[in-house]
Design a protein around this ligand. Structure first.
Ligand code: SF4
Length: 331
C-alpha cells in the first residue's frame, strides 16, 4: 500500500479537507490496485456516515423532447446529434400521471426536467399543477435551463425544494453555454433558498484529471445536498462517441475519489445506478420517465424504475430512506 495514498485516505476519513493536489493523486491511482479499493472503501464509509447509512431513489419526469439550441454534444436533444427533429411535449395529464406513479412507487423526491426550449412561465405552470397533485411532503426538484434571481424566486414560490444544476465537463467547449452562466444560476438558486444537487459529469475517457479536480473543487464551494460523478453515455453518432466511454469500474474509482474530496458535509452521493457505484459510496440514483438526454427515445427505455434502483442499493447493502427525501427536506 502506497503510504502517501494511505495518508490522503486517512485524512479524508478523519474529516480533513483534501487539496486539489491530493485529489489528483487519488485519481491517478490504478483503478484495479489495492489503493483503489481502499479509496472505494473509504468513500463508502464516509458516504454511509454522512447519510445515516441510507440511500435514496429519486425520480425524474422529462416533460419535453426535441432539438435544443444549447447543443450540448453529450445530449440526445443536441441538434448536432440529429436524434430528435420535431418537438414532443407531454401533456399536463401525462406529466402528472408519471409523477404520481413514481410517488406511489416510493420515489423519495420528484424531478421535472425540461430542455432549454421550454419557457420558464410554462414550466412553472406545469410545476404548480404537479405540486398540487403530489403529497405536500414529497419534495419537488427542478431541472431546467439557466435562470436569474427572479427565476429562482419564482421556482421557490412554485413549490420547488431545490434544483439539479451542473457546470458540465467541457462546458462552453462542447456546449453553447458559458460556464459563468451555469455558476450564476446555481448562485441564484442558493440565494432564493433552493437546495442544490450537482455532479462532476458527464465524464469521458478524454477528460483530464485537472478538469475533474477543478469541477470537484468548485462543487465543494457550492455546498450542495448531493454531488458525485457521472460517466457519459454516448449518443450514437455524437461528435464525442469517438472518444469512447468509461467502464463502470473506471468510473467507480472516480466516484470514490471525489467523495473523499466532498467529505462528510455533502450527504448525498450520486453518479451511477449500478452495483459497483453503490459499493463505492453512491447513495442516490434516479428512476426516469418521459424524455431523457441520454436516451434516443422520447419516452426513455433506459431510465430504470424506482424498484430497480432500490434493488441495486439493497443488493449493495444499503438501507433505504422511506417517504420524503432527507436530502431535499428543509432544515
Ligand atoms: S443538456 Fe440540456 S441544455 Fe444541453 S442540449 Fe440537452 S436539453 Fe439542451
Amino acid at each position: 500500500m502506497n503510504r502517501n495514498i494511505a495518508q490522503i485516505i486517512n485524512k479524508a476519513i478523519d474529516g480533513g479537507e483534501l487539496t486539489g493536489l491530493e485529489l489528483s493523486r487519488l485519481l491517478t491511482v490504478d483503478y484495479l490496485s489495492e489503493e483503489a479499493y481502499m479509496i472505494q472503501y473509504a468513500a463508502r464509509k464516509i458516504s454511509a456516515a454522512a447519510a445515516g447509512g441510507k440511500a435514496e431513489v429519486h425520480a425524474q419526469v422529462g416533460i419535453n423532447a426535441g432539438p435544443c439550441p444549447k447543443n450540448c454534444h453529450f445530449c440526445s436533444f443536441a441538434p448536432v446529434n440529429k436524434i430528435f427533429e420535431a418537438e414532443k411535449v407531454y401533456s399536463l395529464e401525462e406529466i402528472i400521471d408519471k409523477a404520481l406513479v413514481f410517488e406511489a412507487d416510493g420515489a423519495n423526491a420528484i424531478y421535472l426536467m425540461a430542455t432549454a426550449t421550454y419557457g420558464l412561465p410554462a414550466y412553472l405552470a406545469v410545476a404548480r399543477a404537479v405540486r398540487t397533485a403530489l403529497k405536500p411532503e414529497t419534495p419537488l426538484v427542478g431541472n431546467v435551463d439557466d435562470f436569474a434571481e427572479d427565476g429562482a424566486i419564482a421556482l421557490k414560490q412554485a413549490g420547488f425544494a431545490g434544483v439539479y444544476h451542473v457546470l458540465r465537463m467541457g462546458e462552453g467547449r462542447v456546449t453553447n453555454i458559458a460556464p459563468g452562466t451555469r455558476l450564476r444560476t446555481i448562485a441564484a438558486a442558493r440565494q432564493a433558498g433552493l437546495l442544490v444537487g450537482t455532479c462532476v459529469e458527464p465524464v469521458g475517457p478524454e477528460h483530464t484529471v485537472e478538469e475533474i479536480v477543478e469541477k470537484t473543487m468548485l462543487i465543494k464551494e457550492i455546498r450542495p445536498v448531493h454531488a458525485g460523478s457521472g460517466r457519459r453515455i454516448n449518443i450514437p453518432g455524437s461528435p464525442l462517441e469517438p472518444y469512447g466511454a468509461l467502464t463502470q469500474a473506471r468510473q467507480a474509482h472516480i466516484i470514490a475519489a471525489v467523495k473523499l474530496a466532498f467529505g462528510y458535509s455533502v450527504p448525498g452521493h450520486c453518479g451511477g445506478d449500478y452495483g459497483i457505484a453503490a459499493m463505492a459510496g453512491v447513495n442516490l440514483s434516479w428512476a426516469e420517465s418521459g424524455s431523457n438526454p441520454r436516451d434516443t427515445q422520447a419516452n426513455t427505455v433506459i431510465g430504470g424504475t424506482v424498484a430497480s434502483r432500490r434493488e441495486t442499493f439493497q443488493q449493495a447493502g444499503w438501507e433505504m430512506v422511506e417517504g420524503p427525501s432527507v436530502l431535499f427536506s428543509p432544515g
